[in-house]
Design a protein around this ligand. Structure first.
Ligand code: G3H
Length: 250
């Protein structure tokens, strides 16, 4: 049975004090044990304090990125072992903002995925088409290429460490959401593609999150779709009441 997950990607928002405040509101409002697995991904500077603050809660902490190399002369970068040394064992890879602004290609992402798996880390692998891809009816092709070139090199065993996050770029931070039907159609395509390239069991067990302008007023309908196992949330995860509403949207 695959997991339902709500993950908040805080992106480059919130300093230390703001992070502490958001965390205390989230903790206060999380009154019942969530049915879904809950995660938050703060900035690197707030990772350790967030990890410490959430120690006694069911909320997991994820990093927003990681370098593919073990160590070395990579000024400004963070390695898998650095994350693990502070207790963080989940990392978001392939977010469209990393692809667009930091030139992360499918090849680089394949290396990052491999490094994370070698380090026994859990990966939230993000992918999704741009607006022109959808307009020209290339969205399935683009998504398949992203998966094939960055993820399908992993072993069957490694899939237990993978969470997928389908995020159509045209829906991120734009207020424009994929319709529940569009999300379901793509998630079903992804699951079928995994079954064809690996097997049915892997395809059935992998959680596929949707991301892109998910808000408390549209989450229930999207999360109710058969192949949508939760969401990777940007903007709405920065407000405790909205985030908790999303956590309770199943
Ligand atoms: O990682 C989260 C996604 O980029 C979605 O962001 P958004 O909810 O602000 O559209």
């Amino acid at each position: 049975m695959r997991k339902q997950i709500v993950a908040g990607n805080w992106k480059m928002n919130n300093d230390l004090a703001e992070t502490q405040e958001l965390l205390s509101h989230i903790k206060m409002q999380l009154v019942k044990k969530p049915e879904a697995e809950v995660m938050v991904a703060p900035s690197f500077t707030n990772l350790y304090s967030t990890f410490e603050a959430l120690k006694d809660t069911p909320i997991k902490v994820a990093a927003q990125n990681m370098h593919q190399s073990k160590s070395g002369a990579f000024t400004g970068e963070i390695s898998a072992s650095m994350l693990k040394s502070i207790g963080v064992t989940t990392v978001i890879l392939g977010h469209s903002e990393r692809r667009a602004h930091f030139h992360e290609t499918n090849d680089i992402l394949a290396e990052k995925v491999n490094t994370a798996i070698e380090n026994d880390m859990e990966v939230i692998f993000c992918f999704g088409e741009e607006l022109q891809d959808r307009k020209s009816d290339k969205h399935f092709e683009v998504v398949e290429k992203q998966l094939k070139e960055s993820l399908y090199q992993i072993s069957e065993d490694a899939w237990s460490k993978v969470i997928l996050a389908y995020e159509p770029v045209w829906a991120i931070g734009t207020g424009e959401t994929a319709s529940p039907e569009q999300a379901q159609e793509m998630h079903a395509f992804i699951r079928k593609n995994i079954a064809e390239n690996f097997n049915e069991e892997i395809a059935e067990n992998v959680s596929i999150l949707y991301g892109g302008s998910v808000k408390p007023n549209n989450a229930k309908e999207i999360f109710a779709k058969k192949d949508v196992d939760g969401g990777l949330i940007g903007g709405a995860s920065l407000k405790a009441t909205d985030f908790i509403a999303l956590v309770n949207s199943f």
